[in-house]
Design a protein around this ligand. Structure first.
Ligand code: GAP
Length: 445
């Protein structure tokens, strides 16, 4: 038997212990596949989102940002194909009322026939034939429920970009090719959620739609898929844990002509965390048809009018965060003692440094506080005077904090401090007033 990989269990436990991720509504027994980010988790995810935004919206001239509302006109989802096509085939057990995906390997016999046996209650002939079940969450809008319109919680952020594409184009004076980027929540009533924050019912997407002239779409598609792979590797994720997976005809979404997933080898196997899709002119053409508004682009150089093709890069902020956590998790030994370390890229680490007085006397805490107050003007840093210095280091190793700054007896004499590196464990001594500059050099990138 292959050894059991319990890395996920350890990661979930560390995430709770150190305040990265908590189960939603935990005191009520939790809400299925919904998670909350704690003090360190919210910083990590924010750093990832900021980096994504910076690399696409700020560092490029040809991409604009957008923040569209979660609630949209219900016709959007008819036009996009989600009302009719965003479905999973499901099977119900009439006896125990459990619901299964049609491809659930535990189901025996043929559902809908007397041979079909329920994997939960074990009864035969109680399973319905597969029925299509829409994954969109519905709610109602308006003061009186009966008369109010049904609206959906968006299952992808992309549609907010398509319906605003002309607004952005005209207000920003961009020309094709250009892109619109957006970060925001999306909701899907997933039937088989699981694996911690990997598949959840509420999640965040970081999506960019790049509008191009038809005929140039293949080229841009190639460009963006390599660019996105380069980006994730730039966050320090091990290249051997990353790969592309091209969608087969059967796997392609209803809007896509070609698609690649970027996959990471999680402890539970290779899984997608970002997709690059050639959505052609599908979405804009459909919105033109359903809204009756012209969504063509006029190329003023050639006087040509056309509906642009769209190359989409769609990443899950939560899944990317999980990739970074899983990739950073390691156990090693320091002086015969086991330690758990999150080797997060310093630019992404929730806390950049922790400040420790070696002992809580002789003026060390006062001096340490001064160092801390100075640093917090520049970085998210942490002050810790509880327990032995070894234990304080261990706690920060688990939090992924790249630097530990200790104020000791010598600091009182000459204002120098020691800086311990989380990964190499090397300690250097430097003048306290050089700290900001020292950290800046190492946190860049
Ligand atoms: N706009 C295209 C689109 O939404 P997708 O492949 O369905 O494409 C894109 O989703 C990304 O969104 C996925 O790669 C994943 O990172 C994230 N995602 C999708 N469903 C998710 C879920 N239930 N939980 C967490 N993340 C999810």
């Amino acid at each position: 038997m292959p050894p059991v990989d319990n890395t996920m269990e350890k990661l979930v436990s560390l995430a709770k212990r150190r305040g990265f991720v908590f189960q939603s509504s935990e005191i009520y027994g939790g809400l299925g596949s919904v998670w909350d980010y704690g003090p360190l988790g919210v910083e990590l995810k924010k750093n990832i989102k900021e980096r994504w935004w910076r690399s696409l919206v700020h560092e490029r001239e040809d991409i604009e940002g957008l923040d569209a509302a979660i609630l949209m006109h219900p016709k959007v989802w008819e036009a996009s194909g989600h009302v009719s096509g965003f479905t999973d085939p499901l099977i119900d057990c009439k006896q125990c009322k459990n619901r299964f995906r049609a491809d659930d390997p535990r189901i025996k016999g043929t559902p809908g026939e007397p041979s079909g046996q329920c994997p939960v209650c074990g009864n035969k002939g109680t399973l319905t034939a597969p029925r299509l079940f829409n994954l969109m969450f519905k709610t109602v809008m308006g003061p009186v429920e009966e008369a109010a319109a049904v609206v959906y919680l968006r299952p992808e952020t992309a549609q907010g970009i398509y319906v605003n594409y002309l607004n952005v184009l005209q207000s920003s004076r961009q020309k094709i090719p250009f892109g619109i980027a957006q970060i925001g929540k999306a909701f899907r009533n997933e039937i088989t959620p699981g694996n911690f924050t990997f598949r959840t019912r509420e999640f965040e997407q970081m999506e960019m739609q790049f509008f191009v002239k038809p005929g140039t779409d293949r080229e841009w598609f190639e460009f963006w898929r390599h660019e996105r792979m380069r980006w994730i590797q730039g966050l320090g994720v091990r290249p051997e844990k990353l790969r592309f997976h091209q969608h087969t005809k059967e796997e392609l979404a209803h809007y896509a002509k070609d698609a690649y997933d970027i996959e990471y080898e999680f402890p539970f196997g290779w899984q997608e965390f970002e997709g690059i899709h050639n959505r052609t002119d599908f979405d804009l053409s459909r919105h033109q048809e359903y809204s009756g508004k012209k969504l063509e682009y006029l190329d003023t150089g050639t006087n040509e009018r056309f509906i642009p093709y769209v190359v989409e890069t769609s990443a899950g902020a939560d899944r990317t965060t999980l990739v970074l956590l899983a990739d950073a998790y390691r156990e090693d030994e320091v002086a015969g003692e086991k330690r758990v370390v999150l080797g997060l890229h310093p630019a992404l680490a929730p806390l950049k440094a922790a400040v420790f007085p070696l002992v809580n006397k002789d003026g060390m805490p006062e001096l340490a506080r001064r160092v801390f107050d100075d640093l917090r003007k520049h970085y998210n840093v942490f002050y810790d005077d509880g327990g032995s210095i070894g234990r304080r280091y261990r706690r920060q190793d688990e939090a992924g904090t790249p630097f530990g700054i200790t104020i000791d007896g010598q600091t009182l004499q000459d204002q120098t401090v020691t800086v311990r590196d989380r990964d190499t464990l090397q300690q250097v001594r430097l003048a306290g007033d050089r700290l900001v500059e020292y950290l800046a050099e190492r946190l860049r990138g």
